[in-house]
Design a protein around this ligand. Structure first.
Ligand code: CAA
Length: 379
């Protein structure tokens, strides 16, 4: 077993850290306050290859491995978790299914501009009645000549208000349940598509989370992604990789909170000495550091399995579950170590605390990850 990063992986990690600390970290608190979508910085990430990080160069991507993706996601998310999820959705939930299930024509027309960062993508699975029960799709797709006609509502869609290209899941025959679900590539300038509303959120406030309406949206038949009835499996296999991305985002938030709390414990004095000299704080730092490391190892293992072409669904669910819970724990303890200052917007840890919360909800709640892990073990 080799725990060493390759030279290229270290280079990508450093490039991500330099970019994130220079272009994201100084603005993250303000963007959070103002719910400002960092469009300019997303364009900069395109130049670094971070919007199609695993996509082969042939299709406009950077051609890096999954471990590099984890390292870059962690650095970006440590500086700005909102930018992290924008990056993660484009890479894991949009580029990956296009590369894996798309034909060459679809890759040329849709994957290339997404991987190059000329366009932005969103993944439309969740609906008001299809959250954890993702197979309960109510958005319908009806065939009409050489088009599909889509009707329905999608909610909690990351990048929904800024995206150009959507991966949309829709039901063609409710009697077939998950076997009736198809996947489609939909452009947001299609007639009948609209952004209904944007969520007001606890955290990741600089990313947009939108409710989207499809009102007789006509989608050319050649924009069906994958085989008839394969939509649910496309959605689930896409989330397997997406969960590694969210685990990496959680790691980034945890790293930022742990580093801030450690520095504060060394510098903040009470009773005539730094608070880090007290066992109460030492035990907190030790527990936070251990959970961060364990989460990181689980996440890198899942990424490494994917890079080696092995099965990784169960390991991705474990990484996402553990890293998101660790991130919540670490951010909460960081707030505690900062005391009153931790509760103030003058310091970054209250943002980390709010940002961490979503990581154990989206791309499958912690409870859904346990369902996935148990299904693997009990099958
Ligand atoms: N890959 C391929 N196929 C898979 C699969 C996978 N990972 N997981 C399941 N399948 C297949 C099964 O083999 C089965 O196929 P057959 O019928 O041929 O046997 C079929 O899919 C149905 O599987 P299940 O019976 O296990 O499905 P289920 O309806 O019981 O659902 C679930 C299981 C784990 C709860 C699943 O619905 C799930 O993961 N829910 C959570 C949804 C989720 O993560 N939503 C996140 C939304 S996206 C988001 O948050 C993005 C964002 O904005 C950041």
């Amino acid at each position: 077993m080799n725990f060493e990063l390759t030279e290229q992986q270290r280079m990508i990690q450093q490039a991500a850290r330099d970019f994130a600390q220079k272009e994201l970290a100084p603005h993250a608190a303000q963007w959070d306050r103002e719910e400002h979508f960092p469009a300019e910085q997303v364009r900069m990430m395109a130049d670094l290859g971070f919007l199609g990080i695993n996509v082969p160069e042939k299709w406009g991507g950077a051609g890096f491995d999954m471990v590099s993706y984890v390292l870059a996601m962690e650095e970006v998310s440590a500086a700005c978790a909102s930018t992290g999820v924008i990056m993660s959705v484009n890479n894991s939930l949009v580029c990956w299914p296009l590369e894996t299930y798309g034909n060459d024509d679809q890759k040329e027309r849709f994957l290339k501009p997404l991987a190059q960062g000329k366009k932005l993508g969103a993944y439309c699975l969740s609906e008001p009645d299809a959250g954890t029960d993702a197979a309960n799709q109510r958005t319908t797709a009806k065939r009409d000549g050489d088009h599909w006609v889509l009707n329905g509502v999608k909610n909690f869609i990351t990048n929904g208000a800024n995206a150009d290209t959507l991966i949309v899941f829709a039901q063609t025959d409710p009697a077939l349940r998950h076997k009736g679900i198809f996947a489609f590539i939909v452009e947001t300038d299609s007639e009948g598509f609209s952004v209904m509303s944007k969520e007001k959120k606890l955290g990741i406030r600089a990313s947009d989370t939108a409710q989207l309406a499809f009102d007789n949206v006509r989608v050319p038949a050649d924009q069906q992604l994958g085989a008839d009835g394969a939509g649910f499996k496309i959605a689930m296999s896409t989330l397997d990789g997406g969960r590694i991305g969210i685990a990496s985002q959680a790691l980034g938030i945890a790293k930022a909170a742990l580093e801030a709390a450690t520095a504060y414990a060394k510098q903040r004095e009470q009773f005539g000495k730094p608070i880090g000299a007290f066992q109460a704080i030492q035990w907190k730092i030790a527990e936070m550091a251990m959970r961060y490391d364990a989460a990181r190892l689980l996440t890198l293992r899942a990424a490494n399995l994917k890079d080696r072409g092995e099965k990784y669904g169960e390991q991705a669910a474990m990484a996402k579950l553990f890293a998101s819970e660790a991130s919540n724990y670490i951010a909460e303890e960081a707030v505690q170590i900062f005391g009153g200052n931790g509760y103030s917007k003058e310091f970054p840890v209250e943002r980390h605390f709010r940002d961490a919360r979503i990581t154990s909800i989206y791309e499958g709640t912690s409870e859904a990850q346990r369902m996935v892990i148990a299904a693997h073990r009990l099958r």
